[in-house]
Design a protein around this ligand. Structure first.
Ligand code: TYD
Ligand code: MG
Length: 462
């Protein structure tokens, strides 16, 4: 028998080392290396055997393949299967593709199991569907399905954590869609390490992915995320799959957002919005209306802006609080916005707007737990800060967007027209926008204030 080899694999990033060391030189994580016995890995041996079989096939005088130009390839064979939820379909780029592997990540309690149970119950009315639950008992899942009033008579359930048994069952049932909840609890007998460890996750995912590709099954994997929001398990998992999505939302907020970070079949950065209700996850078709629930009396430090999420605009409220600081080093806190960008904006405000907040604590927050990663939030953030600093509310029907450059210029952002139209649809009457985004025609009901510099913008709110 071949001597069992050992390797030390980093639990955070998946790099491996022949010897143990205290810190992973790749990701810098401390004490993250775990010993992995590569028991002359049958998995690797099997892969190797398959591969050489294939190679010998090529050598054995196989016929040359038929070449096609890109334009000749028939695209009709890529049907999309609707998940039954418009928001989920949008994130997936139009629905599930047979043979694709989708990963849904999220922190505990985000609602991954609920979302998938609802989707599978819907899909099971049209096709064979199999739900593998490794974390919850069958009774728990059944109870939840019953409480949510889902169609439960077609969905096949299995409580199993062995990847080999899962694939054997699926081989018999031939489901069109297979959910594995979750990839961190399943394991393969061949791999000598605990479920959830790098090598288990990697090998299990590889095995399941190969199964899905061979049988043209839609495979949906549930993945846990670590404290810092990245996917638990090795990065290689994300390389293997076709579509990686993340379900986010604070436990104290009803709203959940589903965002795609990789999609081989569509655009990324599409945002799906759901609300967790007593009847499970419900899609929210007009998210702007929710994120914009403001009272009639607007206080200082609040500004509404339009962010562009994938293919649609979303109205969100940005709040700022500027207060005398008692610290030598005043606080700069950004929730839902980038912290470094806030420091930069405050410098621009001082230098080009003549407003000095160096002795003030500055807090900014995007209402509703939305994360805004766009530079189009710059101008709205600054105006909210100025409004709070002067303790002067801005008008209720004012909407703002635009990027602020280091020399105090206001730069245009993509899809300006669509943003303005969305604002008009929600009853906004005035918009402060970059001059280059000003529409050539009129937008009914909306007064456009085009600004070129920060000074112009500050003048417009005086
Ligand atoms: P779950 O889908 O189990 O989360 P995950 O699989 O991502 O860990 O969701 C659990 C949370 O959702 C739980 O905290 C309770 C809440 N919830 C509701 O508020 N209403 C519902 O109808 C359901 C099913 C769950
Ligand atoms: Mg779960």
């Amino acid at each position: 028998m071949a001597k069992a080899k050992t390797a030390y694999v980093c639990n955070d990033c998946g790099s491996d080392y022949p010897k143990w060391q205290g810190q992973c030189s790749d990701c810098g994580g401390w004490n993250s290396l775990a010993e992995v016995k590569l028991a002359a890995s049958p998995v690797q041996a099997r892969n190797q055997a398959q591969f050489s079989e294939k190679l010998s096939g090529y050598a054995g005088g196989a016929q040359a393949g038929q070449l096609q130009t890109l334009s000749e390839i028939n695209l009709d064979d890529l049907p999309r299967i609707s998940s039954g939820t418009v928001e989920l379909d949008r994130v997936l780029g139009g629905g599930f593709v047979p043979g694709s592997v989708v990963l849904i990540g999220g922190s505990p309690g985000a609602g991954k199991s609920t979302l998938l149970l609802q989707t599978l119950c819907y899909l099971s009315t049209q096709m064979e569907a199999l739900y593998i639950t490794g974390e919850e008992s069958l009774q728990q899942v059944a109870m939840r399905a019953q409480r949510l009033g889902l169609p439960t008579d077609k969905l096949k359930m299995l409580s199993e954590t062995s990847v080999e048994s899962i694939c054997a069952t699926a081989q018999q049932l031939k489901p069109k869609v297979l959910v594995v909840d979750s990839i961190q609890v399943v394991h393969m007998a061949d791999v000598a390490s605990a479920p959830g460890s790098v090598s288990q996750v990697r090998e299990s995912a590889a095995y399941l992915t190969r199964f899905a590709k061979q049988t043209n099954t839609i495979l949906i994997l549930v993945g846990h995320v670590t404290k810092d929001g990245s996917l638990a398990g090795p990065k290689v998992l994300e390389h293997m799959i076709d579509c990686s999505t993340l379900l986010e939302g604070d436990n104290d907020s009803r709203f959940r957002t589903l965002r795609c970070s990789k999609n081989r079949f569509g655009a990324v950065n599409e945002l799906g919005v759901f609300a967790m209700t007593g009847q499970g996850l419900k899609e929210v078709s007009n998210p702007s209306a929710i994120f914009l629930q403001r009272g009639d009396a607007v206080s200082s430090g609040s500004v509404v802006m339009v962010v562009w999420e994938g293919t649609r605009p979303l109205l969100v409220e940005i709040q700022a609080l500027v207060d005398d600081s008692h610290l030598g080093n005043p606080r700069r806190i950004a929730v839902g916005l980038e912290g470094n960008r806030l420091s930069m904006l405050l410098a621009v405000l001082h230098r080009h707007g003549g407003i000095m907040v160096g002795d003030q604590d500055v807090y900014v927050n995007v209402v509703g737990g939305v994360k805004v990663m766009e530079t189009s939030a710059d101008l709205a953030t600054l105006l909210a800060i100025v409004s709070s600093f002067r303790n002067r509310p801005l008008s209720h029907d004012l909407m703002v967007f635009g990027e602020v450059g280091l020399s105090g210029e206001i730069r245009p952002v993509p899809s300006g027209q669509e943003r303005l139209r969305e604002a008009a649809k929600h009853g906004f009457k005035r918009a402060i926008v970059p001059a280059a985004n000003a529409p050539s025609g009129k937008i009914p009901g909306l007064e456009i204030i085009a600004v070129k510099s920060l000074t112009d913008a500050l003048g417009a709110i005086d």
